[in-house]
Design a protein around this ligand. Structure first.
Ligand code: C2O
Ligand code: CU
Ligand code: CU
Length: 504
């Protein structure tokens, strides 16, 4: 009896200490994790790839290959890339283009190539059902109906997505259209229109990527918040990058290409910038901001006014601070080898230089977006993200099971309910949707544009308005999933088909 009482006292005080430790975690980290990193490498700009015209079709060729890349000075890191050794070219197409892409898999393992954010038939989507065997070529083709946007592409191989993306397989896919062209936004690729693929990585002492396979994590709820977190930031594959830009209005197209880490971007001097686009295209109006939180898979475009700026600017990622996140951060720190979500990073140094060209002017109006009309909803679905961090509506991904059947053309409301203690970016294939509200409050102005991935925080409910306008196929599904790639690989994914009115 006394022993039991004793044990109880020990357990209770241990729990107390743990709670105290969590609450006493520094509320604000003063130093960035990578404070010692010198911005000494010129930012690599992924080559822009324009399609070849073949009998009215616009054709791209991509080869998925292995290679070695000098990321750390005079060391070679084993990497993967599309038509190169690391990452992939920036594909560029126009709304209305008839596209065909030849994707050749030169790896010795199967993979897929998914066009994240693209509205296309399920058979062309590049999800887990469109496996490209080693040495094979896959030839998806579709007509671009997306508006001007910053989309991206990456592998989607069941159980291997996290590892394949981590080793380097990702690229941007830019869509142009006439109405965006008329705005006169900064549009000189690599000059005043800059792609930024931001990713965290971990290196061993031989300068090789370290990847913790999610399946090797301890089972049970404790591994829930853990995805692969690194301590080194790469931008377009460059470590410690600096960017020289003309001192004028500059557009940054930012992709959070990390496996699991959110970035809370902002400038070290807190200067304001304007967000002009979300995942799927331009916002109605520019939105002034000083911080930009992006979860894995999300993109944003911002305008940064560098007119008359002569000093160097540092793009940072700041800690995300709220109490629930601190608990998650603590668990991550303990369980994910010393890194957590609340760390601060120096991302990129921007060096403006004098120029003689003319600066673009920021327009007040960017795009006309249809109103988000909850009154048009005919079907409501609920997606519960569970505590275990591996299931949606209590189910783990099953290749053979169709979880939802959507009728083409119907306006639907998808309620994403996060019942877990970790955040999850919820992504839907084949569509751009709108955020109706967050915990009952209307989406903030910067989230009112087209989205394909939405951050759902612990205990949050985010309601989406979704409409699949075309491409019925009762046999081949699209995916919905958490875009923390380790969660996805562990099965936090489901499948839906889009059918015509007659159910076919
Ligand atoms: Cu970016 Cu289903 O993925
Ligand atoms: Cu996708
Ligand atoms: Cu998740």
């Amino acid at each position: 009896m006394r022993l039991l009482k004793h044990a109880l006292v020990v357990i209770v005080s241990a729990l107390g200490l743990l709670a105290a430790a969590i609450w006493l975690l520094p509320a604000e980290r003063v130093k960035a994790v990578n404070d010692r990193v010198k911005f000494e490498n010129r930012l690599t700009i992924p080559p822009e790839l324009l399609p070849r015209d073949v009998n009215g079709e616009k054709v791209f060729d991509l080869a998925i290959q292995q290679g070695e890349t000098e990321i750390v000075r005079s060391r070679q890191t084993k990497t993967l890339g599309f038509s190169g050794t690391l990452l992939g070219p920036t594909l560029r197409a126009r709304k209305g283009d008839k596209l065909r892409i030849n994707v050749t898999n030169s790896l010795d393992e199967p993979t897929t190539t998914h066009w994240h954010g693209m509205h296309l038939p399920a058979a062309m989507d590049g999800g887990p059902h469109q496996v490209i065997a080693p040495k094979e070529t896959w030839q998806p083709h579709w007509t671009v109906t997306n508006d001007a946007a910053t989309l991206w592409y990456h592998p989607h191989m069941m159980g291997a997505t996290g590892r394949q993306v981590y080793r380097g397989l990702a690229g941007l896919f830019l869509i142009d259209d006439d109405s965006a062209d008329r705005l006169g936004l900064p549009g000189e690729y690599g000059v005043d229109d800059i792609p930024l693929i931001v990713q965290d990585r971990k290196f061993d002492d031989r300068a090789q990527f370290v990847y913790d396979e999610p399946s090797k994590a301890p089972p049970g709820w404790l591994d829930n918040p853990v995805g692969m977190l690194g301590d080194t930031i790469l931008v377009n594959g460059t470590r410690g990058p600096f960017l020289e830009v003309p001192a004028r209005l500059v557009r940054l197209r930012i992709l959070n290409g990390s496996n699991a880490r959110r970035f809370n971007f902002g400038f070290a001097d807190n200067r304001p910038f304007h967000q002009i686009a979300t995942d799927g295209g331009l916002l109605a109006h520019p939105v002034g901001r000083t911080r930009l939180l992006l979860a894995p898979g999300e993109r944003a475009e911002i305008l940064l006014d560098l007119n008359k700026v002569e000093t160097r600017l540092t793009l940072m990622s700041y800690a995300v601070r709220d109490d629930v996140d601190r608990v998650t951060g603590f668990l991550q720190r303990v369980l994910a080898s010393g890194n957590d979500e609340n760390e601060e990073f120096r991302i990129l140094e921007i060096r403006p230089h004098r120029h003689t060209g003319k600066s673009a002017v920021m327009p007040n109006n960017l795009a006309t977006l249809p109103a988000v009309d909850a009154g048009a909803v005919v079907t409501t679905r609920r997606f519960t993200l569970q505590f275990t961090g591996r299931t949606i509506n209590g189910k783990s991904m099953d290749h053979e099971r169709i979880d939802e059947t959507v009728t083409m053309g119907d306006v639907e409301r998808w309620d994403i309910v996060n019942e877990s203690i970790a955040y999850h970016p919820f992504h839907i294939h084949g569509v751009q949707f709108r955020v109706l509200d967050r915990n009952g409050k209307p989406a903030p102005a910067y989230e009112q544009g087209w989205k394909d991935t939405v951050l759902v925080g612990p205990s949050e409910t985010v309601r989406l308005i979704v409409q699949f306008a075309s491409y019925a196929d009762s046999t081949l599904p699209y995916m919905f999933h958490c875009h923390i790639l380790e969660h996805e690989d562990l099965g936090m994914m489901g499948q839906f088909v889009v059918v015509g009115r007659a159910g076919r």
